[in-house]
Write a protein that binds this ligand. Structure first.
Ligand code: SF4
Length: 799
């Protein structure tokens, strides 16, 4: 690794950085974002109506990691303002769920001139974006006919609801899992079923790999951070990704005020690091396990680890605690000390060459983690959207176990926060008669060769898929194209009408995904219908959003569309049971009241708009298993924390799916020879101005935080780039142009393009907006079949 990189990578103190960045717009913007500006629309006590004004409880319901109540001020039928949650004293027991800048800009989304206004059918080639207006009857008749044709020709397994998260609600919800209900799965289940998916684009490796260690995924609740003395955030940036009601940053700030030390490990000096960190440790993307291994090495070498905890609760830390029948040299300790197959001790020197983290920083960090208790080791989702994203997910819990921080207050299992929840009923969906499911990331492959796909591809429920996907129903989401990897490749698959024969899109805007529709339906926003959403965090809460304005243009809700289709297909009465959306919500509240006697009645809940569950003690994950292991074994096959997983060992793929978490050099990582051609690692962080791709077209958000690529001054200088210049970013998969932000807030060798910008190709196919998925690779991770969208090598040049 280049010596000059080592020199640059000395950790930087928060005080020093703030002094350096005091004059920069970036630092100021980051701080301003988190100032919780009460002046913006402040109305005491949740809202006081002005003359001729009514205030209607509503919400913000996208996939930001939070949910927030909003109070719409309506005058003469027009929303003029939103005020956020202002209930209570905003203390840790009863925090407010105050909307972030995105929620407060919702008027610009509701009244956006580009709203889809009426149903349309495709008239050009698929993907060209040429459509003609049709009536609702023609649209619904066509959809009903296509559903019947595809079911009759290929079976229900050929019908796929694409992964989407743009709309949340107990009736209208775009993210579909068997645990949820809602209008869409209810309709398709009654129609004979559909090909389902598992995983998410956010956290596939996390959700899939963590159970191999613990048997189930749990985390201490965020209010427990107030009990921590040291908090180390690995690729976790709640100051940007858990804004508003999620309150991720709020609890960290309270912990910090109480005296906790905060360290951030991340390639970027994130908003969280700027505002809270005592120390920032930059690290090359995809190399996190090398750091974890070296931290473990230091702890073992200096005898800092909690051997008694490991002996009592863990399987596979050392050779004395291995499952029977495993050859010597396969324990975690043997691997770390270089006594396994690779004969490589995972020393800080070894890790420095891979990660770029100086060895003295690694030693100091290991001593801090082992020496300050309780210590919360927290992982974000970013590091698992990598080529081998399963490894850090299982790696960090080893450090939590080595330091005895699992099952105690202020500690945690090295996963992510859990949260206090609240249960509200769903519109019942029934059972999906189709048993087959696929990982949500692999759907384009299932269009091309679904009939060949088996368990090796991640197929569950059947030995082999009986058919390719022939119809995609895309409701409230942009993963059909924009949010999926390798846009150019995906666009080609979608454009071929012989492969996927029918694409239905139901959305609010003409997104890049919507351009690939055969029939395009205009959806209402959630301000034009009623629903309930819930959220789990330091407290749990449920929000009722009333209809604020009547449906605009010819827009129709999901329930309305499904009811009309069910009528055409002969099961309309069975589908609706004669109930309105509000009737279903009344039943949802009855379920909530059965679970929680304090849950208010329907009318009160609807009028007030929010119910917050009374404060409870913090959740301590796996507390029972640690306090009384004999009666509360972990839900793993051994009943222990499986640092060594016999189930993974049995997969017999040690290079990509090792039985213990390991550093595996990533394709398109810092050790890939492809770096000679494409020398920069490109990551796609979440951006406070968008929720994934939602809000990208809202002008206020562009003014608040424009789409731009972070590049280190050294990499910029090598390319003759100055702050604000337009740059070309390219690899073998595609090219985009984007303005650059030249900043020391990103380490050399890494560039960051905020994910979610809408793909906008010019005539040559060069994206003009900075849509990172023109550069990302379709290459599912080995175990979870998840998306590796932060693993990309690129070159950057002046445009
Ligand atoms: S985007 Fe998220 S945090 Fe912001 S207002 Fe909406 S729900 Fe709240």
């Amino acid at each position: 690794m280049a010596e000059d990189t080592k020199l640059w990578l000395k950790p930087i103190s928060r005080r020093k950085f703030l002094a350096l960045s005091a004059a920069t717009a970036g630092g100021a913007a980051a701080l301003a974002t988190l100032s919780w500006d009460k002046k913006a629309g402040a109305v005491p006590g949740g809202g006081t109506a002005g003359a001729g004004e009514t205030i209607v409880p509503t919400s913000c319901v996208h996939n930001c990691g939070g949910r927030c109540p909003l109070y719409a001020h309506v005058k003469e039928g027009v929303v003029t303002w939103f005020t956020p949650d202002q209930e209570g004293n905003d203390n840790p027991d009863f925090p407010q769920a105050r909307a972030c800048l995105r929620g407060r800009s919702q008027r610009k989304r509701l009244y956006h001139p580009d709203r889809l206004k009426y149903p349309m059918k495709r008239v050009g080639k698929r993907g060209e974006g040429k459509f003609a207006r049709i009536t609702w009857d023609e649209a619904l008749d066509t959809i009903a006919k296509e559903l019947q044709r595809i079911k009759g020709t290929y079976g229900n397994e050929a019908i796929y609801i694409n992964y989407a998260t743009g709309v949340y609600g107990q009736v209208s919800q775009s993210w579909i899992t068997p645990a949820f209900g809602g209008a869409l799965p209810r309709f398709l289940n009654m129609f004979g079923g559909y090909l389902g998916y598992y995983n998410t684009y956010s956290s596939a490796c996390f959700s899939y790999a963590a159970p191999y260690t613990f048997g189930a995924v749990e985390g201490n609740s965020p209010d427990d951070l107030l009990n921590s003395k040291l908090i180390v955030l690995f690729a976790d940036n709640p100051g940007e990704t858990r804004l508003g009601g999620a309150n991720g940053h709020y609890y960290l700030r309270l912990a910090k005020e109480k005296g906790a030390r905060v360290i951030v490990v991340d390639p970027r000096y994130t908003d969280t690091a700027v505002t809270l960190a005592d120390e920032w440790i930059p690290i090359r993307p995809t190399t996190d396990n090398a750091l974890i291994d070296a931290l473990a090495y230091v702890m073992i070498n200096e005898n800092l680890h909690d051997q008694a905890f490991l002996d009592k609760y863990c399987l596979g830390f050392d050779e004395e605690h291995m499952p029977p029948g495993i050859p010597p040299g396969n324990s975690y300790k043997s691997y770390v000390l270089g006594q396994g197959d690779d004969k490589t001790p995972k020393t800080p020197e070894w890790a420095e060459a891979i990660t770029g983290v100086p060895q003295d920083t690694i030693i100091k960090l290991a001593r801090q983690i082992a020496g300050i208790k309780p210590c919360c080791l927290m992982q974000g989702f970013g590091w698992q959207r990598h080529a081998y994203g399963e490894q850090p997910v299982r790696g960090l819990p080893v450090l939590a176990a080595m330091t005895g921080n699992i099952g105690i207050r202020g500690g945690g299992p090295g996963l992510r926060n859990g949260g206090h929840g609240v249960v509200v009923g769903w519109m019942p969906a029934g059972q999906n008669p189709v048993k087959a499911t696929i990982p949500c990331f692999i759907w384009p492959e299932a269009i091309e060769r679904g009939h060949e796909m088996t368990a090796a591809d991640g197929v569950k429920g059947v030995a082999k898929l009986p058919t390719d996907i022939k119809m995609v129903w895309n409701y409230g989401g942009n993963t059909l194209l924009n949010q999926h990897s390798d846009i150019n490749k995906t666009a080609k698959i979608l454009a071929d009408e012989k492969k996927c024969e029918f694409i239905l899109v139901h959305d609010v805007f003409m997104t890049p995904s919507a351009k690939f529709a055969d029939i395009l339906l205009p959806d209402v926003t959630h301000f034009e219908r009623e629903d309930i959403v819930t959220f789990a965090s330091g407290i749990g809460y449920a929000i009722y959003h009333q209809k604020v304005v009547d449906p605009m243009y010819e827009c129709r809700s999901l329930y309305d569309v499904c009811s009309e289709l069910a009528k055409r297909l002969g099961f309309g009465d069975q589908y609706t049971e004669g109930k309105s959306e509000q009737d279903w919500l009344r039943e949802a509240v009855k379920v909530a009241q059965q679970k929680d006697p304090n849950f208010p009645g329907f009318e009160e809940f609807r009028r007030k708009g929010i119910y917050k569950v009374a404060p409870r003690d913090p959740i301590v994950a796996y507390e029972k298993q640690i306090k009384d292991p004999a009666n509360n074994p972990f839900k793993t096959p051994s009943g222990k924390i499986e640092i060594f997983s016999p189930a993974l060992w049995a997969m017999n793929n040690p290079k990509e799916i090792p039985a213990i978490p390991k550093y595996i050099p990533a394709w398109e990582g810092p050790e890939d020879p492809l770096r000679a051609k494409y020398p920069l690692q490109c990551i796609g962080p979440h951006y406070k101005r968008r929720v994934h791709s939602t809000f990208d077209n809202v002008p206020w958000m562009e003014e608040a935080a424009r789409q731009e690529m972070w590049i280190n001054p050294r990499d910029a200088a090598e390319r003759g780039l100055k702050d604000g210049d337009q740059a070309r970013v390219f690899n073998d998969r595609g090219e985009l142009v984007i303005p650059v932000k030249v900043t020391p807030r990103i380490m050399p060798g890494v560039v960051a393009i905020p994910q979610g910008a809408w793909w906008t190709p010019d005539a040559k196919g060069v994206d003009q907006r900075g849509s990172i998925n023109i550069l990302t690779k379709y290459h599912p991770t080995p175990l979870a079949h998840g998306n590796p969208q932060h693993t990309n090598l690129v070159q950057v040049a002046r445009a």
